[in-house]
Ligand binder design. Structure first.
Ligand SMILES: [Fe+2]
Length: 280
């Protein structure tokens, strides 16, 4: 059964989460704030300046093309303006949310090519680390790569199929797929160096360089079923990074796989240890 906004707001408050869910609509969207302070703007520019120095070297070119096309760097983006530019490219738009939202509404937004972006920003004292995803993670991390057509298609398909797989008992498995692609995905096209595109990497100052340049980073070829069976931890560097051969390969694998069969085979098994998955 779908959780109501009021019950979810109460749960978030009990967990000490920061978002204000009082103005949420039934689909968990809110209006974007229009009163960001000068301090907020300064934090945004600092984060962008610092991260772009790394991202220019380590991110996949389509992510960089997305940053340039959407114009994210000079000030906190206007969600509607950027959404219009994104919509003209791949049909996606952006909706504001107060923070994390339940899985059902999240999948529903993705299935309709709407990406939920948190409407508040970390503070100056949280430049290096923040527990909850904030606007910088959601916007700078996730939105630019939605200009890449095959990845944009994958994210919509993910939204369409995730609820069914969730209902089959595959919640953990489908979450791992999101984690190892949308959050921590790498891509190594034939003849090209491995680059990053996942939002958890794009919005992290330290893990991005580790994932691409770290001697100890475990980079392994992407395999859909292996990804869906591999565990992860949220509070440490990943112990495996899955490398796509192309975005089209991700879309095709997800589109054509027997996902219900993968869930049936894996849902009751203990997760694979990422550190034990052998690299190429
Ligand atoms: Fe994220």
């Amino acid at each position: 059964m779908q959780i109501s906004v009021r019950d979810y707001a109460r749960e978030c408050a009990e967990q000490g989460l920061r978002g204000d869910y009082s103005a949420c609509r039934a689909d968990f969207t809110v209006d974007q704030d229009d009163d960001y302070s000068e301090e907020d703007q300064k934090v945004w520019r600092t984060l962008c300046d610092r991260q772009m120095a790394l991202v220019r070297r380590l991110a996949h070119r389509t992510y960089l093309d997305g940053v340039a096309a959407l114009g994210l760097l000079d000030s906190i983006p206007d969600f509607a303006d950027v959404g219009r530019r994104l919509q003209a490219m791949t049909g996606w738009t952006i909706v504001a949310v107060p923070g994390l939202i339940p899985a059902g509404p999240f999948f529903e937004h993705l299935a309709n090519r709407r990406f939920p972006v948190t409407n508040w920003l970390r503070t100056q004292s949280e430049l290096d680390y923040i527990v909850e995803p904030d606007m910088f993670h959601d916007f700078f991390g996730h939105v630019p790569i939605l200009t890449q057509p095959a990845f944009a298609d994958f994210m919509q398909l993910y939204g369409e199929k995730a609820q069914t797989l969730f209902d089959l008992g595959g919640g953990d498995m489908i979450t791992r797929l999101y984690w190892y692609t949308a959050e921590y995905g790498l891509i190594g096209e034939p003849g090209e160096p491995v680059k990053a595109f996942g939002a958890g990497l794009m919005s992290s100052f330290t893990e991005l360089s580790f994932a691409i340049e770290g001697a100890g980073a475990n980079r392994v070829p992407f395999d859909l079923e292996t990804v869906m069976r591999t565990g992860y931890e949220i509070d440490r560097f990943q112990r495996a990074y899955f490398v796509l051969p192309s975005f089209a390969a991700l879309r095709q694998a997800f589109e054509t796989a027997d996902l219900a069969g993968i869930v049936a085979r894996g849902k009751d098994l203990p997760p694979l240890d990422p550190a034990a998955i052998a690299g190429a």
